[in-house]
Design a protein around this ligand. Structure first.
Ligand SMILES: CC(C)(COP(=O)(O)OP(=O)(O)OC[C@H]1O[C@@H](n2cnc3c(N)ncnc32)[C@H](O)[C@@H]1OP(=O)(O)O)[C@@H](O)C(=O)NCCC(=O)NCCS
Length: 150
């Protein structure tokens, strides 16, 4: 079941982000950032209460949102949870009246399977780079930028 994240989910989200950032797959986020942005997050909760995945939809501008911090815990991967989390973000974006969703990722094929198209990062508004300066790789970003027009 996908539901909005609550405060009690923050530590598991933090530990998941730390795990995948140590593999170079995601940008880690501090607990402070996560408390600031908890309303952006949704989690996938298993019947026994285990959090098997999470994602954030972050509003950037009047028609643009970003999917960020998407992760499915290792033992739950390849079961459709990642797809469902992205679809949850798409539904939320439509409800909010947002018409474009982008992501910066190493998982290009996963997002292409969900209808996202590659674009040149320079086409994104400058506001996007406010978070990028926190990335250890900045300014040598090697992630792909993909966008979905709703
Ligand atoms: C990328 C990730 C979120 C995918 O989640 P998942 O639950 O395993 O993916 P799903 O089972 O929903 O897969 C949906 C489709 O994408 C494919 N897919 C999944 N991961 C893929 C990958 N890394 N590369 C290519 N295709 C992939 C699946 O085979 C499936 O294809 P199908 O519809 O043809 O069967 C997950 O592997 C993950 O958390 N990785 C580590 C963190 C990360 O890289 N996050 C992305 C940051 S933006």
């Amino acid at each position: 079941m996908i539901r909005k994240a609550s405060i009690s989910d923050i530590k598991i989200i933090h530990s998941g982000l730390t795990h995948f950032s140590s593999k170079g797959l995601l940008l880690s986020r501090s607990l402070s950032e996560l408390y600031d942005q908890i309303r952006d997050f949704a989690v996938n909760e298993e019947e026994d209460g285990t959090i098997s995945g999470f994602v954030a939809l972050h509003i950037v501008w009047d028609d643009l949102a970003e999917i960020r911090s998407l992760a499915v815990m290792d033992r739950f991967q390849k079961k459709g949870i990642g797809r469902n989390l992205v679809q949850h973000c798409i539904s939320e974006a439509i409800t909010l009246g947002l018409y474009r969703i982008f992501t910066l990722t190493y998982q290009q094929v996963f997002f292409q399977k969900l209808g996202f198209l590659l674009i040149d990062k320079s086409k994104l508004p400058h506001k996007v780079w406010a978070d990028c300066v926190k990335c250890p790789k900045f300014p040598d970003c090697d992630e792909s930028c993909l966008i979905l027009e709703l």
